[in-house]
Structures are given as structure tokens and as C-alpha cells.
Design a protein around this ligand. Structure first.
Ligand code: MEV
Length: 437
């Protein structure tokens, strides 16, 4: 039977669910039941979620956890983290505690500029286009006035517009490259609306332009879109402490620990295979807070990894070094985040998470998120160069394995006790459950 469907979006939610479960599942009733378990009992809450997207059929839960004891620029925070990976929050908590007793995390905003581009083709002379652009620049910007009024009032707006000749890359290819300050919003809608308006104005000014008409030149807008590469929307997080105070780390002296840590970071700077995993560990912390605060983690991911490859080789986002008798560990990365607009006022859990953080503005949120990344990275590298990652990881994963075996509450309790002193592996847990039915 064909699984193609016409007019699916027009079906009611119940009709969609019926169609899906009957078409794609062996036991449609069971599939239906699972979906209904993941619907919210409060109709208003469910409707809110349903209205976020097209064709909603249920909710997809991620656990929301918290990591207390973060000290950031002298202030205490508990971070909300939405994540499925067992060990991430435990690692964040360890790191937070470790650094809270060593002066905490310090951060710095290095820039807040966002980027948008209008990509177009022009088949005339570059100099002709340049003088047309100079003449019309202000009209292009002014055409967005109604769109930018609110943003300008909040202190943001269009910062700059440049014409870029990219015809060395693709024949006749040019761009209008714009920079924006979107204050506390991530700004995707604002930027895209401005770009589309400017593109329209550009196209219509070009089609009326005498010199272009006489020479029969054409200007064709291909597309207008923000860039998720935001190397000027940058934040740095840092921890530092006297090398001697690293002493308690797994029996190594402070200096031994610092040197091994710095060596691990050097490897992540030079070796892309390691760098990707190293940065993935950073993103464990970053994404968890980004998701909990309702921000666009795909945009953050894309921008961060492009930044990690900005010098032509994919490299570590963090650095560690000695400065006098201090161990310094830093993370610098681009983060385009919002604390107004988007889901922030709509998703009840996002609002909750924002309140937990003291309702930060976008810059504060950039700082908090960067700290989550640095903390996570510290915990991962610390484990890697001391006990190895699996010890802590498998401990945290134990409950998942027990649940996979459908262990009873009694079995779980016994297993948790037993594996305090035994190595967790899938087969060790299987054997344990067999001998403790
Ligand atoms: C696992 O999710 C993340 C790590 O692999 C990060 C790292 O290797 O640095 C532990």
C-alpha cells in the first residue's frame, strides 16, 4: 500500500495520528497509546506546544536538569540543562564546584554583531555597480525604517552595509553584506525581514537605473538571508588558579596535572580528529543550556564549528596555558542568542529556565552558556587525563542499562550498590541481574 498522502496538514490531530499509526506501525493501538502518553494533560499547555510547529502529534521529552554552584563573575548561578546524555550534568556540577573554590568563572563579551547577506548577480562593470551602490546606499537602509523602528529604540538596528565583489569566486557574483545589532533578540526574523526589504529596493532601484538600462545590464537577486557564522558575536570564558591548588586532582601534583592538561589541549588544537571530539564535549554543555533557554541550537552549532575551522584547519575552541604560577583555561566562541522573542516568552519551561538564571539579557546569557561549555570541557579533559572517561560515564549510564533490562526497583537498588565498587559494562550488568533475579 502506498504511504503517500495528500492534504495531510489539513487533517485534525487525531486523524493525523490515526493515519500515521495505521500506516507505519504493526501495532497501531500501541503506537497510539505511546503518543497519547506524551501529550500534556493540560489542554492549554498542549495547544501552546502544538502551535509551535506544523503537523504536531505529541511532545518529545528531554530531561531538564540543573547544575548548581556556578560562580560567574562573582555571581552565583544554577544552570538549567536540557540533555539526554547521562554524565553531562554530573560533570557540570563537579566542574562548577571545583572552580567555585578557585575564584569561579570570568567572562568577557568580545562582540555582539550579527551578519546578513543579499546574494546577487550583476553582469555589468564592477565600478558602475560600486557608484550605483554609493549613490543608493542610504535609500536602501531607509527602506527598512518601518521595520527597524522598534529595534532602533532598543539601541540596535543596521550597523553597516557593504558591497562585496565576489566575482572572483563565481562569475557576476556580488553581495550586500550587512551587520546588525539585535540587542536582546537572536534577531533571525528581524535580519531576514530587513534583508528581504533591502533586496526588493535594490532590485527595483536597479531596474529603474538609467546607466544600467542604457548598457542593458541586469541585476538579479538570488537570495537574502542571515548568516549563522557570527565571528564578531563572540564571548570568552576563563578560569585560572595557582598551579599548586590543582593538587588534589587524582594524585598528580598540581604541576603534573597542569602540564598533562595543557598537552591534551595542544593535541586538540593540532589534530582535527581529536578537536572534533574535544569541541563536542564543549557543546554538551553549550547545547544543554541553549536548549533549556529556548535558543536555536542548530544555529549555534553551525556557527561554532565554522569558527573552529576559521584558520583552515578544524581546531580546539579552548586553550590552556601557564601564566606565571597560574594555570589558565579559556574558551572563546561565537554565540548568537536571544532572551526576548522566539520561544522565550512562549514556552513555559523556557520562561522557567530564564527565571532560574535571573532573567539575563542576551549578553549575560552568552556568558552563562560559554561558562557551561568551559566547565564541561574541563570536566571531560580532567577525566580523560586521569581516570579515563568510561569510569564516570558508565556509572551514570548504569541506570539506562538497568532500564533497558527492565530491572525492578529492588534490582536497581542492589545494582547501584554493587557497582559502586565494580566496573560497569553492559555484560557485567546483565550477569548481575541474572544472578539477582
Ligand atoms: C562525550 O559526550 C564527550 C567527550 O568525548 C568529550 C571529550 O572527549 O573531550 C568526553
Amino acid at each position: 500500500m502506498s504511504k503517500k498522502v495528500e492534504g495531510f496538514s489539513k487533517l485534525s490531530k487525531a486523524e493525523k495520528i490515526n493515519w500515521i499509526t495505521q500506516m507505519h506501525f504493526e501495532d497501531s493501538q500501541k503506537a497510539n497509546e505511546i503518543l497519547s502518553t506524551y501529550n500534556h494533560s493540560d489542554e492549554k499547555v498542549q495547544k501552546r506546544h502544538d502551535e509551535f510547529i506544523e503537523n504536531p502529534i505529541a511532545n518529545y521529552y528531554l530531561p531538564l536538569g540543573v547544575a548548581p554552584n556556578f560562580v560567574i563573575n562573582g555571581e552565583e548561578y544554577t544552570l538549567p540543562m536540557a540533555i539526554e546524555e547521562s554524565s553531562v550534568i554530573a560533570a557540570a556540577c563537579n566542574s562548577a564546584k571545583f572552580w567555585a573554590s578557585r575564584g569561579g568563572f570570568k567572562t568577557q563579551i568580545l562582540g555582539t554583531q550579527k551578519i546578513g547577506q543579499i546574494h546577487f548577480l550583476f553582469d555589468g562593470k564592477a565600478t558602475q555597480l560600486q557608484s550605483f551602490f554609493e549613490e543608493k546606499k542610504q535609500i536602501l537602509i531607509d527602506s527598512t525604517s518601518p521595520l527597524t523602528a522598534n529595534m532602533r529604540q532598543r539601541g540596535g538596528g543596521i550597523l553597516d552595509i557593504q558591497l562585496k565583489d565576489k566575482s572572483n569566486l563565481i562569475e557576476d557574483y556580488y553581495q550586500l553584506h550587512l551587520t546588525f545589532d539585535t540587542v536582546d533578540s537572536m534577531g533571525a526574523n528581524f535580519i531576514n525581514s530587513c534583508l528581504e526589504q533591502i533586496a526588493k529596493t535594490l532590485q527595483s532601484l536597479a531596474s529603474d537605473h538609467k546607466a544600467f538600462l542604457n548598457d542593458q545590464n541586469t541585476l538579479e537577486v538570488i537570495m537574502s538571508i542571515l548568516s549563522n557564522y557570527v565571528p564578531q558575536c563572540l564571548v570568552q570564558a576563563e578560569v585560572r588558579c595557582a598551579v599548586g591548588t590543582l593538587e588534589d586532582s587524582a594524585g598528580m601534583s598540581g604541576m603534573q596535572f597542569a602540564q598533562k592538561f595543557i598537552q591534551a589541549l595542544k593535541i586538540a588544537q593540532k589534530e582535527p580528529y581529536r578537536a572534533v571530539t574535544h569541541n563536542k564535549g564543549i557543546m554538551n554543555g553549550i547545547d544543554a543550556v541553549v536548549i533549556a533557554t529556548g535558543n536555536d541550537f542548530r544555529a549555534v552549532e553551525a556557527g561554532v564549528h565554522a569558527y573552529a575551522a576559521r584558520e583552515g584547519v578544524y581546531s580546539s575552541l579552548s586553550h590552556a596555558f601557564l601564566e606565571g604560577d597560574e594555570f589558565v583555561f579559556q574558551l572563546k566562541l561565537p554565540l548568537s542568542l536571544g532572551t526576548v522573542g522566539g520561544l522565550t516568552q512562549l514556552h513555559p519551561m523556557v520562561k522557567w529556565s530564564m527565571e532560574l538564571l535571573g532573567n539575563p539579557n542576551a549578553k549575560n546569557l552568552m556568558e552563562i552558556v560559554a561558562v557551561a561549555g568551559l566547565a564541561q570541557n574541563f570536566a571531560a579533559v580532567r577525566s580523560l587525563i586521569t581516570s579515563g572517561i568510561q569510569k564516570g560515564h558508565m556509572k551514570m549510564h548504569l541506570l539506562n542499562i538497568l532500564n533497558q533490562h527492565q530491572a525492578s526497583a529492588d534490582q536497581k537498588e542492589k545494582a547501584l550498590e554493587f557497582f559502586k565498587t565494580h566496573t560497569v559494562t553492559f555484560s557485567a550488568v546483565t550477569d548481575f541481574l541474572k544472578s539477582n533475579p
